[in-house]
Ligand binder design. Structure first.
Ligand code: PLP
Length: 493
């Protein structure tokens, strides 16, 4: 199985190269030339297997240039000991038809861990296979990717990791998580700007020829831990397949399939669900939930992607994104692999901030997706109502998904079983969650955690309580146009 670029169909590389490079030279994203299907035998084996076994079965289909030993090494290394009770992605039944797929039982309490615990293994294994130099991971983060990538890559031989986050765009806990990061190959920098500023500059640094020369002289190559890297996406397919197997195991009535709701930012997580669907998991509707930065809601409803709008800083900061990178993969697939057309659209997005897809693509999008959004007020009331009704505590991102799912169900009357991806622990956003529950606590961030825990009788995740008293190793805030220099300075090139 080879990988093509969304902007050039003549590119064809094995997965190790796609993962090692992160992004294609033409600026396009790598994706598999076809989507493998799950056979009846696969499903039987998947249902019987534990999470690691399921991961191996799914990864094997996409990473055909990896040996069985290499896959074993990657999967065992990533998912042994780093997740709660060896159950990385449990489903909490909210009621008889709605399950919350909890994806935050890893070391940084966000769903990103499920991919970023394994990415360093995939990447270093790929680097060996393609004989590349020392890997420099550049990350632009809206909060959770940064920390999850730092934890995944810290002290991994042959790698360095540099993380940029928007100084005013992350929660207090997220900031502390990143600024206190340990490891001798890590660098963390806050920028004056938002996530899109960070992401677009990282992409520029990546494709800059002069920079590439400097790097090569120093024996380095860049790669990406953002969801533009295929190595991030493929492990995310696993938990949707695994959720399906769990539902089969407990005898959920899946005669009419099931719906999946995903709180969405860069379109990575929901794209993984689409891949699972295309592999044969009986997913009906993919419900794409956005916060007030609702560029995707409009796109799904109109076929016009228009980022020329106000950027909102919301209480679900990991979704404060106006340029959803992975949408490029989606429109490539839906346009029948039309690389020229995708290049045109992406160029228009870059120069005018806008593109409009064809009627054909619009129709397909509407068949597959439902798009909805909600503002902070609705997010808060959803947290409160869900807690009062079910005794279940949502984080701010998952609350957006629950609000949009409720709206979908009301509008359509569709009562097909559904899972809602829960992307972070509420304790990462304790401030906003307390606010939503109308609990006053004016103490410091750790007092807030304690109050939330007491009020809701839920435990503070260990990785969050462990932050108390940690020394801040980083604290620099730089201009967004100084990112390139910061990279050179850290690497001494
Ligand atoms: C990253 C993130 C999202 C958005 O996921 P995408 O894959 O970028 O769409 C949603 N919620 C949380 C908590 C996140 O960290």
């Amino acid at each position: 199985m080879n990988y093509v670029s969304t902007r050039d169909n003549s590119v064809s590389v094995p997965s190790a190269r796609a993962i090692g490079l992160g992004i294609s030279k033409d600026g396009g994203l790598f994706l598999p030339e076809s989507i493998p299907s799950l056979t009846k035998e696969d499903i039987d084996a998947l249902v019987k297997a534990d999470y690691k076994g399921r991961a191996k079965i799914v990864l094997r289909k996409f990473l055909t240039d990896f040996t069985e030993e290499e896959l074993d090494y990657c999967v065992e290394g990533a998912y042994t000991g780093s997740f709660d009770e060896e159950l990385p992605a449990p489903i909490y039944a909210l009621d008889r038809t709605v399950g919350i797929l909890e994806l935050w039982h890893g070391p940084t309490c966000a769903f990103k861990d499920l991919a970023l615990q394994i990415l360093p293994y995939l990447l270093t294994t790929s680097a060996k296979k393609i004989d590349s130099g020392k890997i420099v991971i550049l990350v632009a983060t809206s909060g959770d990717t940064g920390k999850a990538a730092l934890e995944g890559f810290k002290n991994v031989k042959g790698t360095d990791i540099i993380v940029f986050y928007p100084s005013d765009g992350v929660s207090a806990m997220q900031k502390l998580q990143m600024d206190s990061q340990e490891g001798d190959n890590v660098c963390v920098c806050a920028i004056k700007g938002n996530f899109d500023d960070a992401q677009s500059r990282v992409k520029e640094i990546f494709t800059d020829k002069q920079m590439a020369e400097k790097l090569a002289e120093g024996g380095y190559v860049f790669s990406s831990a953002n969801s533009i890297n295929w190595g991030r996406l493929v492990p995310q397919i696993v938990y949707y397949v695994s959720a399906y197997c769990d539902m089969l195991s407990v005898g959920t009535d899946l005669e009419n399939g099931f719906n999946v709701t995903v709180p969405t930012g860069n379109f990575g997580n929901i794209l993984a669900a689409y891949y699972a669907k295309e592999m044969g998991v009986p997913i009906n509707k993919l419900i794409c939930a956005s916060n007030q930065n609702n560029v995707l809601t409009d796109f799904i409803n109109t076929g016009v992607y228009d980022r020329n709008r106000a950027f909102h800083t919301t209480m679900s900061p990991s979704m404060d994104i106006l340029i959803s990178s992975n949408l490029e993969r989606m429109i490539y697939m839906l346009s029948g692999c039309d690389d020229k057309q995708v290049t045109e659209w992406q160029n228009a997005l870059k120069s005018e901030g806008r593109f409009e897809v064809t009627d054909d693509v619009k129709g397909k999008i509407k068949d597959i997706f439902y798009g909805g959004c909600c503002d902070d007020e609705k997010t808060k009331s959803t947290i409160k109502e869900t807690y009062e009704k079910y005794g279940y505590l949502l984080d701010t991102h998952t609350a957006v998904a629950v609000a949009v799912y409720n709206e979908y169900r009301e509008k359509t009357g569709d009562t097909t079983p559904a899972i809602i991806a829960s992307t972070a622990s509420p304790y990462k956003f304790a401030n906003s969650v307390l606010d939503a529950l109308e609990i006053e606590e004016n103490g410091d961030d750790f007092q807030k955690l304690a109050t939330l825990s007491k009020a809701t009788n839920t435990p503070i995740p260990a990785p969050i309580s462990a932050l108390k008293g940690k020394e801040r190793r980083f604290g620099d805030v730089i201009d967004r146009d100084e990112m390139r220099d910061a990279v050179c300075k850290y690497l001494k090139i």
